[in-house]
Write a protein that binds this ligand. Structure first.
Ligand code: SF4
Ligand code: SF4
Length: 290
């Protein structure tokens, strides 16, 4: 019995956009960035048990059992209206499950014949480092699950000595490089991108960098302005890397993010063309921008 607990926001049992092939994706609660463009702001913070969402839940799927603890959530009563997350004053979500590594293995086993791997995402999955490491180790040791690849979708902020501890049990990592310049990244996320660049270098060196994701927000992100410098750095430290361009859209965002300009097909295509002119070959554009 492995009782290390993960705080889980959501599990998607089949996804084809979170790494190679068909994957089960585990979204972990909690993030150390505060991106102004965040599409899932309710995954940023852990519930502080204020109980404010309890009275606003239309079908009473949330109950106060102990005022010092997050509300009790009844999935069978919930109608999925999202009132709780839209009103939560601290960008949290009362619908979090605490799931042990052993329980997660049981859940993954139900789908293991139909998927090629699992991906941990977030929030920022690596903030729950012990859970992720322990889960990946357990999958690799389980004869019925060891065929599954273990991927991480990350903002890249984990320090290199922690990546070192994950490297043997991780098969691939998708890293967000949300802006090239430190100051632009800081303004966008609240954090510098120094560790992100170190993460990309380290993972590429160990052949675990599956993809670098660029977020195109016209007039905000700076890839085209700094394309020569960025391209040269990527060729030096992450040669042959696959690049995914995510064009920013308003779908799912709230507050200040709605004031940011949306990326058009032309914006994402211009970035792709410029990357091609800088000798990048493996480039894709996400979703609506294809
Ligand atoms: S989810 Fe938000 S509103 Fe609900 S109890 Fe937790 S912190 Fe309060
Ligand atoms: S989404 Fe939140 S507010 Fe809506 S029914 Fe479910 S728990 Fe209640």
């Amino acid at each position: 019995m492995n009782s290390i607990i993960g705080k889980i926001n959501k599990i998607i049992h089949f996804s084809v956009v979170d790494g190679p092939g068909s994957r089960l994706v585990i979204f972990l609660q909690g993030c150390n960035y505060n991106c102004i463009n965040c599409h899932n702001p309710h995954t940023i913070n852990h519930c502080n048990s204020c109980q404010e969402c309890v009275v606003t839940c239309p079908p009473s799927a949330l109950q106060t059992i102990d005022e010092q603890q997050p509300p009790k959530y009844s999935t069978d009563i919930c109608i999925g209206c999202d009132t709780c997350i839209s009103l939560c004053p601290i960008n949290s979500d009362p619908r979090i499950s605490e799931i042990s590594v052993t329980e997660m293995l049981t859940e993954i086993s139900k789908y293991a014949s139909f998927i090629e791997g699992i991906t941990v995402s977030g929030g920022e999955a690596t903030l729950q480092f012990k859970f992720v490491k322990s889960l990946f180790e357990a999958i690799k040791q389980d004869t019925h699950l060891s065929h599954l690849s273990c991927f991480i979708d990350t903002n890249g902020s984990l320090q290199v000595d922690k990546w070192r501890q994950l490297i043997d049990v991780t098969d691939g990592v998708m890293v967000d490089l949300k802006a090239w310049d430190q100051q632009v990244h800081l303004k966008l996320t609240g954090k510098s991108n120094h560790k992100v660049k170190e993460t990309i270098k380290y993972l590429a060196k160990h052949n675990k960098l599956y993809e670098v994701r660029l977020l195109e927000i016209p007039t905000v992100t700076d890839y085209l302005l700094r394309i020569d410098e960025m391209a040269s750095w990527l060729h030096q430290h992450a040669s042959g890397v696959k690049i995914r361009i995510n064009g920013f859209r308003h779908h799912g965002v709230t507050g200040k993010a709605l004031a940011l300009p949306q990326a058009t097909k032309q914006d994402t295509n211009s970035l792709k063309l410029s990357l091609q002119q800088h000798q990048f070959e493996d480039i894709c554009i996400s979703g609506a921008f294809i």
